[in-house]
Design a protein around this ligand. Structure first.
Ligand code: GLU
Length: 400
């Protein structure tokens, strides 16, 4: 009889779970948390979430929902009231014309993307993914059995993705093209013309576009744009959004998709076998967010622009660091390659590791986003925190 060893138990995990890695952003959250629990004062430029608090009227709606005992199951894809609110907000802000059956609410933007990719990507399907990409895309695609096909971008052109770059990457096996503008981690913004060209091209060739528009309201480069406004191409695209960044609601977990009813219904089927509905109370809060006053969005956007300028100036002032000017979202993506080869530092992971362990500054290493020379800095914090973090970074880099 063979005695079971730790290794043989590990081998009993599925092949598909071994295909993916731990989320780089979530790993930083865990590490920073561990240091904090030891009483260490960590400056957090790690996981990206607004430092603003959720607006009061949204919190009030959640409290009212609890008091009214709105605490039971709802329809899996969200109440009719919520799906109507999602459709309404998008039509007002982006001139789309979706119907209730074309909307689904899930437990955060990541959950929506997970559902969408499981529903659209089969074994061996290619998924076009521009680099740098948000950490979870690659792994969600792999979990579905798909093959991420990377589109390299140029740092000297602010990591901008063009339709031509995407077109060059299409093969007969391409099933989905992922767009994410403004992007996490580089804050790269595609021009509306390029986005339109990709969507039209995809529609002609029968390829799906999943447009991750979680940062659509945090565009600093001009007018915000959603591919959802392209009514004539809606058969082949899915617009994904989230309340997390727009209304400072990361912990509430509410994301949504707008797309063809059969796809939305398949996503609902999958969701019905996993999480079921997003939290009932959160759905009421989401309706208040989507239907209520919208001024908070512009106020936060203005503040992020101020913080972006502040942090980029601070980063560029550190000898050895270069940094593009992000055009959206709330991340800076400085290049730290000039420190490679100094002492034991060989990679962005080494730089981020040293920053965390020795300077107690949390950042996310670029490897998780598909580039090896960068670290991601979330600047959704106060200028006082930015000062503290930049000082720690400057000191550590000077010591290398
Ligand atoms: N916006 C967050 C970040 O990239 C999401 C964290 C995550 O779910 O990975 O930091």
């Amino acid at each position: 009889m063979t005695v079971a060893t730790e290794t043989s138990f590990a081998l009993k995990l599925t092949e598909r779970i071994n295909r993916i890695e731990t989320s780089a952003t979530m790993a930083v959250v865990a590490e920073a948390d561990k240091l904090r629990s030891q009483g260490i004062d960590v400056v957090d430029f790690g996981a990206g979430e607004p430092h603003f608090t959720t607006p009061q009227h949204i919190k009030d709606a959640a409290i009212a929902a609890i008091q009214a005992n709105f605490t039971k199951y709802t329809v899996v894809g969200g109440t009719a009231e919520l799906r109507d609110a999602i459709v309404h907000r998008h039509s007002v802000d982006f001139d789309s014309d979706y119907r209730r059956e074309e909307a689904i609410a899930s437990v955060g933007g990541k959950h929506v993307l997970f559902n969408a990719i499981q529903v659209l990507v089969d074994h061996g399907d290619e998924v076009i993914l521009p680099v740098p990409y948000w950490v979870s895309f690659k792994d969600i695609i792999r979990y579905a059995g798909g093959v991420p096909v990377l589109v390299e971008t140029d740092e000297s052109k602010d990591f901008r993705v063009t339709a031509e770059m995407v077109e060059r990457t299409i093969t007969p096996r391409t099933k989905v093209i992922i767009l994410n503008s403004p992007s996490n981690p580089a804050g790269a913004v595609m021009s509306p013309e390029d986005m339109k060209a990709v969507v039209r091209l995809a529609a002609q060739r029968g390829i799906w576009v999943i447009s991750d528009e979680c940062y659509v309201y945090l565009n600093y480069s001009g007018k915000r744009f959603s591919v959802g406004s392209m009514r004539e191409c809606r058969d082949r695209m899915l617009v994904v959004g989230s309340l997390s960044k727009t209304y400072a609601m990361t912990g509430w977990r509410l994301g949504y998709a707008l797309g063809p009813a059969p796809v939305v219904s398949a996503m609902q089927k999958l969701q019905g076998q996993s999480t079921s509905n997003p939290t009932s109370i959160v759905q009421k809060a989401a309706v208040a967010a989507l239907r209520g006053p919208q001024e908070c969005i512009e106020e936060m956007r203005k503040e992020y622009i101020r913080l972006r300028d502040y942090v980029v100036k601070g980063l560029r002032a550190i000898p050895g660091v270069t940094c593009t000017l992000p055009q959206g979202a709330f991340y800076a993506y400085p290049n730290v390659a000039s420190f490679f080869g100094r002492g034991e530092v060989k990679s962005a992971a080494d730089v981020a590791g040293k920053l965390l362990r020795e300077a107690h500054l949390a950042t996310v290493p670029g490897e998780g986003f598909g580039t090896r020379q960068h670290i991601r800095v979330s600047y959704a914090t106060s200028t006082a925190e930015l000062d503290r973090g930049l000082e720690r970074m400057g000191k550590l880099f000077a010591s290398l």
